[in-house]
Design a protein around this ligand. Sequence first.
Ligand code: UGA
Length: 468
Amino acid sequence: MRIAVVGSGYVGLVAGACFADLGHEVILVDNDQSKMTALRNGQVPIHEKFLPELLTRNRGTRLQFSDDLKEAVRVSAAVFVAVGTPPTESGEADLSYVESVAREISGAIDDYKVVVEKSTVPVYTSEWIRRIILRNGTDPELFDVASNPEFLREGTAVTDFLFPDRIVIGCDSSRSAEVLREIYAPLTGATYYHRAEAIPQPDRALIPPPLIVTSTKSAELIKHASNAFLAMKISFINAVASVCESVGANVNQVVHGIGTDTRIGSRFLSPGIGYGGSCFPKDVMAFRAVAREHGYDFRLLDEVMHINEDQRHRFLRKVNSALWTLRGKRLGVLGLAFKGGTDDIRESPAIAIVQSLLQQGSKITAYDPAGMERAREVIGDHITYANSSYEAAHDADALLILTEWEEFANLDLGRVRQELKYPIVIDGRNLYDPEAMAAQGFTYYSVGRATSHPDGVPAAVLKNGKKA
Ligand code: UGA
């Protein structure tokens, strides 16, 4: 199948590379010529596991890069639209990029094509795309608009694409459904998984993945509702963590107790400093806005957002309660990316926290395995960038853990203690066991669990935050 993918951001690039790996002929289109040249020359613009391998084996053969949208549409049977839908001031999704692509596509349709929304868009977008294409003079018999939402997590996007829990295609005609079925046949027929060069199968993979065929409107809603539900799970457990702190319970134990109920499940119940990234904050807001526009006041989502915001403030209060005033204090920060496994810092709660700490006059030395370059574009030289966790901890009044990178969960704690001026760790991601931290000589603050203190240190010393 010949496929055009419009937009070479996270979604477009991963989808394009994966479609090519499934055996399709893919043209990835973007009007950013320098990006296309860089991709052609072998550069990989994002930090994404297995993407370099996929690009290397398909680049120049089954995967081409172009800035000529019309030509790509002409030669393709399906056109996936994966351009950005950033939030407007009022929280709605800005669909102007989608509209301009729809307009451009319409001029190039000379035989039957399926135009597929891949970007996260509000319900009714497919109808608008259809109207725009018709308005520009295209014969209604020559195209259908379908919706094929993505459920890719950054960092594991390639695996999520090739080993999905489900594939959702929203189609209002059997003709368009047929095209999409064929595109995903290597996965739904499981032939892809038998190939020697297929990427490694993750735990819990459902093979073959189910294909769910819905109307386009339902598919659009599935995407928003999935992200809103996952965000709600995170806010729910963050709220429970706050109650745990008030009553002296342990949120990890609570998560274990509720997550083992198969109706609830334990995934996406990790408390922390709130969700971030380019999806949840934007999509919860956009879903809220689209519901309101269509007459439903989805107040539950207001609370999801409110709890998320509050979670950062609670963490900042913890820093204050550990260190009292912050002016002139040196803080080591581990993590700037919005989550582990990615260099993405968009809507990162870690960045928001760092900015608040800077406002309070603290001096920050931060380390992130992948996110520092991007962080520098936002924070500039207001902080110092370290080459390792230990360098970030050096001579700091406390060490803050803000991103759930695996390497932060496996630190040499003896070395961390030696580097720190005071053995205080404030962990926004619950990467360590409070008792084990106390045994290692730390005062350890985390989320939804009691603060632990170094074994055998008098309370007065602790209150002053002095070295054990
Ligand atoms: C999310 C969804 O998980 C994907 O299914 C979806 O396709 C994607 O958005 C999208 O719409 O494109 P992503 O934003 O990459 O993926 O990241 P997640 O792994 O979902 O994490 C989002 C945020 O929630 C991160 O800040 C993470 O640290 C936080 N989180 C996640 C928690 O605080 N607790 C958890 O239990 C899980």
